[in-house]
Design a protein around this ligand. Structure first.
Ligand code: GLC
Length: 593
């Protein structure tokens, strides 16, 4: 049996409850923007080869304006052998023929700007592809040459150099070093790759590397991009001498043996990792900030840095460094009211301390989509992919919770990132045939980790068309699950209660009420078990909107007269005028007069 709890009075927002003070909608656009991640190979395919491309994106940009986002972030589309889906760049100044041409990139930028959308592109500075001209030259050159000095080549240990230079493991599994072969067939030096062997790490202590990337920034800034998402931003600089490290970082599971580590490559000071979050990275971002300033004050840098605690992460967004950093501690918190309140509070404290705006994110191309994560029996767990034989998420429960999680996120002041398809409520593809998997983590862990293909499946656009409208021929580089017609854009557009309409309404209200630049005050002082809101509730006020997420089994009852503006699932007024908010539902309510 459940018991209902009624707030004793209209929510109070006493000064002591204020976590974050409101700002102005006129401040820097990124401080409150909603940014939509486009994963080019899976968004829309215009050529019919089954892989999405830039003209496909351009043709579908009206979906983003219709949704109501401010900007898009494009995952890499540069020349690449695609050993890690484009995060292995062979030429930073060209478009891979798989995705189109430089002219297609220009056309995409022009159309997006015409529609009022800003465009952020991905920058992958930690490593290049093994097919990059620099790495080819390095392999062809002798040890000790300037060609080799752009990367981290080292002699091996052991009598004949047969052992790797240190004990580091690749984030994708297996050793982080690969040995080269000398022209005479004997074993040569080793090179470092924190990810796949086809992604050699650059040596950021080399001024030539720094100069090259500043030039790459300028190349894209001149073409009109509005910013850069910086891949593995915490990895560029390695500790002097490349010392051994007892830990190991997985793509998703976090760093061993630190039980506090969460998420891929998330590193904490309890077990400082010599390859991550070294102080020297900040110097790089200070110089990049200066480069961006040459093009005005509106271009931004966003850090992909799996670093904790939040104060450490906030160092990446100090006033003269980046503008944003992804909030992975929020993404990995799971579905627990107390933990969510803590992570929200610490996010504001850390960001406010350096004058930055926090960001929020629930899904991206590296993690199991949030409707599927939240449909697992332990909704806080974060498997690196789900496949045959693994626990299958409860699709309905997961979506129900995901909608509540999204509504909570979109009411938080700051900037929010959406991952393509989440506006449709798309689940992970959880029974993809293992033979079709392309993520190198699957191969490098011998299948122990299923990898990230399940969140990268091509989008469904039209329920009745081949490949659900993804490509004109019906080809798709990964198969779409059969039931995905129900999630297609045209199956949800204009349908009351659909996830697409929920996102559209939320984004419209967020904009109208200026929630992105608003403030946050707990309505109960943030104390779990407060008499006003039950322990399983996350409740706060942002401007004139009261947000209540009920994660507990007990319905939370809104006082009579409460005007519900939006809810993640239907709520109905009781005969006496009160409104019970059921389990796993978030509501936005007009604060009573
Ligand atoms: C980042 C990217 C991921 C990629 C890795 C190596 O974590 O988000 O997709 O595999 O870096 O570049």
């Amino acid at each position: 049996m459940t018991t209902a709890s009624t707030p004793s009075a209209a929510p109070s927002t006493a000064a002591s409850d204020v976590v974050h003070a409101p700002g102005s909608p006129d401040e820097g656009w990124w401080r409150h923007a909603v940014i939509y991640q486009v994963y080019p190979r899976s968004f829309a395919d215009s050529s019919g080869d089954g892989v999405g491309d830039l003209p496909g994106i351009t043709a579908r940009l009206d979906h983003l304006t219709d949704l109501g986002v401010d900007a898009l972030w494009l995952s890499p589309f540069y020349r690449s052998p695609q050993a890690d889906a484009g995060y292995d760049v062979a030429d930073y100044r060209d478009v891979d023929p798989l995705f189109g041409t430089l002219a297609d990139a220009d056309a995409l930028l022009a159309r997006a700007h015409e529609l009022g959308l800003r465009v952020i592109v991905d920058l992958v500075p930690n490593h290049t592809s093994d097919e990059h001209a620099w790495f080819r030259a390095a392999l062809a050159a002798e040890p000790g040459t300037p060609e080799r000095a752009r990367y981290l080549f080292r002699d091996g240990r052991g009598e004949t150099g047969e052992l790797p230079p240190n004990n580091w493991q690749s984030v994708f599994g297996g050793p982080a070093w690969t040995r080269t072969t000398n022209p005479d067939g004997t074993g040569g030096q080793w090179y470092l790759h924190l990810f796949d062997a086809r992604q050699p790490d650059l040596d950021w202590s080399n001024p030539e590397v720094r100069a090259e990337f500043e030039d790459v920034l300028r190349f894209w800034l001149k073409r009109g991009v509005d910013g850069f998402r910086v891949d593995v931003a915490h990895g560029l600089v390695k500790a002097e001498g490349l010392p051994d490290w007892a830990g190991h970082v997985d793509m998703i599971e976090g760093a061993e043996p630190d039980e506090h580590a969460v998420g891929p490559v998330l590193v904490s000071p309890r077990h400082p990792a010599p390859m991550f979050d070294q102080d020297g990275v900040h110097d790089v971002y200070r110089s990049w900030r200066t480069v961006l300033s040459e093009y005005g004050e509106d271009r931004i840098l966003v850090a992909e840095a799996w670093v904790e605690p939040m104060e450490r992460l906030a160092r990446y967004v100090r006033p003269d460094e980046m503008h944003q950093a992804f909030n992975f501690p929020f993404l990995t918190t799971g579905w627990d009211a107390s933990a969510l309140r803590t992570v929200i509070g610490t996010s504001y404290a850390a960001a406010d301390a350096v004058g930055a705006a926090p960001t929020w994110v629930l899904s991206n191309h590296d993690v199991v989509r949030h409707p599927s994560r939240l449909g697992l029996s332990a909704p806080g767990s974060r498997p690196n992919g789900i496949g045959h034989g693994d626990e299958q998420p409860d699709e309905a429960l997961g979506l129900h919770r995901a909608r509540a999680a999204t509504l909570l996120m979109l009411a938080l002041p700051g900037s929010a990132y959406l991952y393509q398809g989440e506006e449709l409520g798309l689940p992970e593809h959880t029974d993809l045939d293992d033979t079709l998997r392309e993520d190198p983590t699957f191969r490098r862990t011998g299948g122990a980790e299923r990898g990230r293909d399940g969140c990268r499946v091509p989008l469904p656009w039209e329920a009745d068309r081949p490949a659900f409208g993804f490509s004109p021929t019906g080809a798709t580089w990964l198969p779409q699950p059969e039931g995905w017609g129900a999630y297609a854009v045209d199956a949800e557009r204009g349908v009351p209660g659909s996830t697409l309409e929920l996102y559209r309404s939320a984004l419209a209200l967020r904009r109208r009420e200026n929630l992105g630049s608003g403030g946050l005050a707990w309505t109960d002082g943030g104390e779990v078990g407060s008499p006003r809101w039950p322990a399983g509730t996350v409740a706060f006020v942002n401007r004139d909107v009261l947000v209540v997420a009920n994660l507990s089994a007990d319905p939370v009852v809104l006082p009579a007269g409460a005007e519900v503006l939006l809810s993640s699932a239907p709520v109905a007024q009781a005969p006496e005028g009160t409104t019970p908010v059921p389990q796993d539902v978030t509501v936005w309510v007009r604060v009573p007069g």
